[in-house]
Design a protein around this ligand. Structure first.
Ligand code: FES
Length: 124
């Protein structure tokens, strides 16, 4: 694959996320952080939470509200206790269109033994 049209830049409001299916049946999450865009896999790298529901964007930071893993969207630096990097497709804007370089679907490796329960997380 190569550069793929994702959507119009106006389709995703500043400080919001939108899940989009692109050519090849690949789901992506478009993140507009105000001063730019990221196109990332649509699930949280922690426990596969759908980021179109759990993700919030504020001050150039994407936070998954499930257990508060977060990434700086400008630098991709992990914030706080976040343990895995956010995978990103390379993006560019052309004539009001957002394009991403898609060479196959970006996927995370999930540890299936990780059965962390939310009650234990919030008590600690
Ligand atoms: S599932 Fe996103 S932080 Fe845990």
């Amino acid at each position: 694959m190569s550069w793929t049209r994702i959507c119009k830049t106006a389709d995703v409001a500043p400080n919001s996320v939108k899940k989009i299916w692109i050519a090849g049946g690949i789901p992506v999450l478009v993140v507009n952080y105000g001063s730019g865009f990221r196109v990332v896999p649509p699930v949280c790298p922690h426990m596969e939470e759908p980021l179109e529901e759990s993700g919030i964007v504020a001050s150039c930071v994407l936070t998954c509200t499930k257990h508060l893993w977060a990434w700086n969207l400008m630098t991709l630096e992990k914030q706080g206790e976040t343990e895995k990097p956010l995978k990103c497709y390379e993006v560019k804007e052309e004539n009001g269109e957002l394009m991403a370089f898609v060479d196959g679907e970006l996927l995370y490796d999930f540890d299936k033994d990780d059965d962390m329960d939310d009650d234990a997380f919030f008590k600690s």
